[in-house]
Design a protein around this ligand. Structure first.
Ligand SMILES: [Zn+2]
Length: 454
């Protein structure tokens, strides 16, 4: 059997240099496919921008899971503009735009596009991930627990639909609920199944994505975690239920982290690396300083970013750029403008005495010292290192203690920029990490070269 795990990124590059003329905030579609024949689940996160449990869970499914049997399609950032602007809906509630929508609505195209994906014949079921208030209970218990609340529930619009498979919505929702509850030890977090009986006259629910799906004979479920929990706890519950759906349909997967709240928090907090202008600038901004100065951007050209995480965005703001990661503000880039030079691709560096050839745009882990081999015509500059009379820092052994901490990229004073110039032109950089006392290793952002599918 042929097993291919592929990720198709719809929009690897996001250019927001021109915010005034209405930037487009497109979502990404990841197609993680192991076989053509086995069932396919479509996961949707971020239909509302203020529900980080849903979009962070979907982002991890998109980037941290490998599908080994069956298929998983993931749209982690459906309402991307609202996500990065920390709003439920910058242009109103997107989850009320699926029964009819004015052609002039700013989200008309996005809604049409996700509708087409939902209707794709390969999609068997649709899961829409939400963060809901309180805890859904069949009967009123108190302000936070009752039928007026949504958290910790699996939502269906009706008991069943006529379709060739997976049409028994209630029966499937109950099986998932039982499977999930078997591993949840506290009573409050236990899931319930909620049937909104949309067809019987719930005009609000008739406008939703799941009901659109139902009307088109696609089994659909809303998954709600409680907003009472922290983001990584919400993600934990979402992943529990999504994995149960995958098992139910026979979709097999691998992930390189354990399904526990602490490791999920680590995954969310540390997946924040970005590459700017085709790797000319490479930053890990997981723990970045509030503001990074002298970022060498290209004169009179749009800023392109490339990130593994679909939740990362760079927004033009006055004289610089805000970096957003989901609902979080990560840092602010204060640019210094240069012409770029592309004649230097790799550099020779002694890392802790070991000679290495390193591609610009990489992260280099350093224990004690680095020494850049001089290349005639090029100049090396470690931001934060200064020695009187020295313009070119190649050929000089530099240790962590020779660099001023306040110039680090991160607040922990571990990450420093090593930049290269040819005359007045900027060639590229390496990100030095003095934070890990391990053997030196090199990594860089994975390149996405798959074709665009949308
Ligand atoms: Zn919601």
């Amino acid at each position: 059997m042929k097993i291919i795990a592929c990720i198709l990124l719809a929009f690897p590059l996001l250019a927001f240099a021109n915010a005034g003329s209405g930037p487009r905030f497109d979502f990404r579609l990841y197609k993680k496919e192991a076989t053509d024949t086995a069932p396919t689940i479509l996961i949707i996160g971020g239909i509302q921008g203020d529900e980080p449990g849903g979009f962070n869970a979907a982002a991890l499914l998109a980037t941290e899971y490998r599908i080994t049997k069956g298929n998983l399609w993931v749209v982690p950032n459906l309402n991307f503009e609202s996500i990065i602007k920390r709003s439920r809906g910058v242009h109103g509630d997107m989850n009320r735009k699926f029964s009819s929508l004015d052609r002039n609505d700013p989200e008309y195209e996005l809604v049409e596009k996700i509708k087409a994906i939902i209707q794709d014949e390969r999609i068997d079921i649709v899961l829409n991930l939400h963060d809901g208030s309180g805890f859904y209970r069949e009967k009123y218990v108190d302000r936070l627990h009752g039928p007026q609340r949504w958290g910790q529930s699996i939502i269906i619009d009706q008991e069943k639909i006529e379709t060739h498979r997976y049409g028994e919505l209630m029966a499937m929702a109950k099986r998932i609920k039982n499977a999930v509850n078997a591993v949840i030890d506290n009573e409050e977090s236990q899931y319930r199944v909620r049937n909104t009986r949309t067809r019987e006259g719930d005009v609000e629910m008739e406008k939703t994505l799941t009901y659109f799906s139902i009307r088109n004979r696609k089994p659909a479920f809303g998954l709600e975690v409680s907003k009472e929990y922290l983001t990584h706890e919400r993600v934990y519950y979402h992943l529990l239920s999504v994995e149960s759906f995958m098992r139910e349909l026979g979709i097999e997967f691998e992930r390189d982290f354990v399904l526990q709240k602490a490791s999920i928090k680590d995954k969310i907090d540390n997946n924040v690396k970005l590459s700017i202008n085709d790797g000319k600038i490479y930053l890990d901004v997981a723990n970045a300083r509030h503001r990074l100065g002298y970022v060498p951007l290209k004169k009179s050209a749009p800023v392109n970013i490339d990130a593994d995480s679909p939740l990362l965005a760079v927004l033009n703001d006055r004289n610089g750029y805000k970096v957003r990661y989901g609902n979080r503000h990560v840092t602010y880039l204060q640019p210094q403008y240069f012409d770029y030079d592309s004649s230097l691709e790799t550099v020779e560096i002694k890392v802790d005495g070991q000679p290495k050839t390193i591609r610009l745009g990489s992260l280099v882990e350093v224990r004690k010292s680095i020494l850049v081999d001089p290349v005639p015509g090029y100049r090396a500059n470690i931001i934060g290192f200064r020695k009187a009379g020295l313009k070119n820092e190649s050929g000089v052994l530099i240790r962590r203690e020779d660099i001023a901490s306040r110039f680090s990229v991160d607040r922990g004073a571990s990450l420093f920029r090593l930049e290269f110039y040819k005359d007045d032109k900027y060639c590229g950089m390496l990100l030095l990490n003095f934070g890990k006392n391990k053997t030196a290793k090199i990594s860089s952002l994975s390149r996405h070269s798959e074709p665009v599918v949308h």
